[in-house]
Ligand binder design. Structure first.
Ligand SMILES: C[S@@+](CC[C@H](N)C(=O)[O-])C[C@H]1O[C@@H](n2cnc3c(N)ncnc32)[C@H](O)[C@@H]1O
Length: 240
């Protein structure tokens, strides 16, 4: 279904939420709004194939409709891994459950309706945060990443995709290109500006340096960017 949530003028734009209306149009919304998303998802399959360790857990935190969860599932093949997808949006998780049932891969998937900040991380070889950490209050990000680090096995990996911010003038230039991307995908200026208002104080970006520095301070031995398109970045952080 086409995303037309912000197509008509709204007197008061309410805060963005992952509710029923968003769940219905989410695949179209994220494909047309996040540069690189359609490349990142199949790469998660390759990254899972490389880093998933037999007999471990793989977590997808903020799994939404399960695009990243299913990419992980197809990547691990028959390595005897348990995949755990977590999301606190009931609307998202209900739809996700259906996609998991219809999917052909065989690795077991458990879906948890809950807050990723309360999710125990144990015996993990891969944890994915694909455009989810940005929705947590900044003060909650370090503790979540610390619990991920503690729950990873040696050689385990965190895949972290985020919208990031830059010092000026790069910030403005990257933003212009992002808006060009949205316009090229059929969003009007009204839709772009109403969505931006809805996301204010909901999606809070940090700089790439802030992300990298925090991951290193938490103990990740190797941290690098494996993908960037405009102000959208995906990193890998390895625990040795
Ligand atoms: C941009 S979407 C993630 C997209 C998804 N990972 C993918 O690759 O298609 C962010 C998701 O994080 C979920 N989320 C945000 N904050 C959360 C929290 N504190 N606990 C659990 N889920 C959360 C939202 O409900 C939403 O489904």
């Amino acid at each position: 279904m086409q995303d037309r949530i912000y197509a008509e003028p709204q007197q008061r734009v309410s805060q963005f939420a992952f509710d029923e209306a968003v769940a219905r149009v989410f695949p179209d919304m994220i494909r047309r709004s996040v540069p690189g998303y359609t490349t990142i998802i199949p790469m998660i399959e390759l990254i899972s194939a490389r880093y998933a360790q037999a007999g471990t857990n793989l977590y997808d935190l903020g799994c939404s409709l399960g695009a990243s969860t299913l990419a992980m599932r197809h990547g691990v093949k028959d390595k005897a891994c348990q995949i755990i997808g977590v999301d606190n949006s009931e609307a998202m998780l209900n739809q996700c459950r259906q996609y998991v049932q219809e999917d052909s891969a065989s690795a077991p998937v458990e879906l948890v309706l809950g807050d990723i900040r309360q999710q125990p991380i144990e015996n993990a070889s891969l944890v994915t945060l694909n455009f989810t950490l940005q929705f947590l209050p900044p003060a909650d990000r370090g503790p979540l990443l610390a619990s991920i680090y503690a729950g990873l096995q040696p050689g385990g990996v965190l895949l972290l995709s985020e919208k990031v911010c830059f010092p000026e003038p790069e910030q403005s230039l990257q933003e212009v290109l992002h808006h060009d991307f949205k316009r090229a995908n059929g969003y009007s200026d009204l839709e772009i500006s109403q969505k931006r208002n809805a996301l204010e104080n909901v999606l809070i970006t940090e700089s790439l340096d802030t992300h990298k520095e925090r991951l290193r301070q938490l103990g990740f031995a190797q941290v690098w960017v494996w993908y960037q398109c405009f102000n959208f970045v995906s990193m890998l952080a390895v625990k040795l």
